[in-house]
Write a protein that binds this ligand. Structure first.
Ligand code: ATP
Length: 451
């Protein structure tokens, strides 16, 4: 993880948040490479799940929302982590993470009292100062309250959203009434969520502000078998991660939540986990949330959210299956899975469609005007279609090395032969091999590599 963290800072993927002012815990800023990588992940997710399917529509709800939404969803009452503080060095940690890291056992769903007992019975030490001087374990709500306007009170009181899913539920009826969706159908949202989490410094794995891609897939359980749908979603998620993101299957596994860990309203929850350098952890959750959320919003808003089933013509409240993924966790997984050290060379072996730059264009030397002009014309033509890097500094070897570290799949060099016959050298990131091709073929060549 240290090597990956050093690379992402060195090459402009991400930096600690508010760095200039000494940093702000658990926040990150994404640099030029990180911003491109995130954009490519978002676009791919949107293309695969919304554009290509046709039975899922997109949504972009407000980040700030009415506090009652979060009362209805249950977040105000129970969206809390169990924290424990070291009295000696003041370190604050999540009690479940402390136990998981040291005793290597999963304690999700364990009560505060039980967590306290495990920490005491095992005489667990503070990972920072190595003392055993813990406070009692306490619950800490994760929502960020916001106050709008200058008048204090109910009306201006909101929360930064703790998940994108609630924006979908509260707009369910709006979308049904204003579009032509028919059951079964999905509503999808991509955007930031906020959780006041204590995080153990595993890069962007867990931050207080992060991006989610969530889908609520609505169906009528009377005429659709939820277990079949659940399996279809597992397949779609696996296909996205293995087939599209091209992640190594050996690093993936499914884990089913036990009765204690699973939310009370969920009939089944399974996590697709990735083997990060700090162990297998949740990448993407899949839950059958039943009709819990819509029912809660009916109760708290007093509005009718029933819809007519197109097959039975009955008024029903649909059930949902929810695949929920963290876009920043996908980014971290891609960096971890792609990081390769080979023959004294470091490169990011990531699928070309996700690479921040699809190709880099170099003039062989920077002080020959005709070479630079020719290279510029190739660069100008390609950059209309793809993200293309330009580099004319240092020697070719150094330019290759820096493109390797940001995962650029192809480096295109314009040399003296180019001036004679319009051919360029294309050098491949993963093998270091080189091949000559004609300038007129480059565009097609890149298009094919990006499918
Ligand atoms: P975890 O158990 O890791 O806290 P969760 O079960 O609370 O996650 P969900 O509420 O199901 O997560 O959110 C869906 C997805 O959002 C998760 O699978 C994860 O990829 C991502 N996610 C959740 N919390 C964070 C966070 N603090 N930082 C980055 N990504 C997150």
């Amino acid at each position: 993880m240290e090597k990956i963290s050093a690379l992402v800072k060195r090459r402009g993927f991400m930096y600690p948040g508010s760095d200039l002012y000494g940093g702000l815990a658990n926040t990150y800023d994404y640099g030029p490479m990180g911003a491109e990588l995130l954009r490519n992940i978002r676009d791919l997710w949107w293309t695969e799940f919304i554009q290509k399917r046709g039975d899922i529509v997109g949504l972009d709800a407000s980040l700030i929302s009415h506090h009652k939404i979060w009362v209805a969803s249950g977040h105000v009452a129970s969206f809390a982590d169990a924290m424990v503080d070291c009295k000696n060095c003041k370190l604050r940690v999540r009690a479940d993470h402390l136990i998981e890291d040291v005793l290597e056992k999963n304690v999700e769903g364990t009560t505060v009292e039980e967590l306290d007992k495990i920490i005491q019975d095992n005489k667990m030490l503070c990972p920072n100062c190595k003392k055993h001087e813990w406070t009692k374990v306490r619950k800490f709500n994760l929502l960020f309250p916001v106050q709008l306007g200058i008048v204090e009170g109910e009306q201006g009181y909101g929360y930064l959203r703790g998940e994108t899913a609630q924006g979908i539920f509260i707009n369910f009826k709006n979308v049904v009434d204003s579009t032509r969706v028919r059951l079964p159908f999905g509503m999808a949202q991509l955007g930031k969520s906020f959780r006041n989490e204590i995080t153990p410094g595993k890069s962007v794995f867990r931050t207080v502000e992060f991006e989610q891609g969530e889908i609520e897939y609505f169906f009528n359980p009377q005429n659709q078998n939820w277990e079949v749908l659940f399996e279809q979603w597992k397949k779609a998620m696996w296909e996205f991660v293995v087939g599209k993101l091209e992640i190594n299957q050996q690093n993936l596994r499914w884990r089913t939540h036990g009765d204690k860990e699973r939310s009370f309203y969920s009939k089944r929850t399974e996590d697709l986990e990735y083997n990060f350098p700090f162990g297998f952890k949740e990448l993407w959750g899949l839950a059958y949330r039943t009709d819990y959320d819509l029912r809660q919003h009916i109760q708290y808003s007093g509005k009718d959210l029933h819809i007519t089933d197109p097959i039975t013509n009955e008024k029903i409240i649909p059930h949902v299956i929810e695949p929920a993924v963290g876009i920043n966790r996908i980014l971290l997984m891609i960096l971890c899975d792609g990081y390769t050290e080979e023959n004294n060379r470091i490169y990011l072996r990531i699928t070309p469609k996700l690479a921040p730059f699809k190709a880099a264009v170099f003039p062989l030397v920077a002080n020959k005007e005709d070479l630079v002009d020719k290279a510029k014309s190739v660069y100008d033509e390609l950059k209309v279609h793809f993200m293309i890097a330009w580099d004319d500094r240092g020697n070719i070897g150094k330019r290759y090395a820096s493109q390797d570290e940001i995962g650029t799949p192809f480096c295109i060099t314009i040399d003296y032969q180019t001036l004679e016959n319009n051919s360029v050298t294309v050098r491949f990131r993963d093998t270091g091999e080189q091949k000559r091709i004609n300038i007129s073929e480059i565009k097609d060549y890149l298009h094919k590599a990006l499918v």
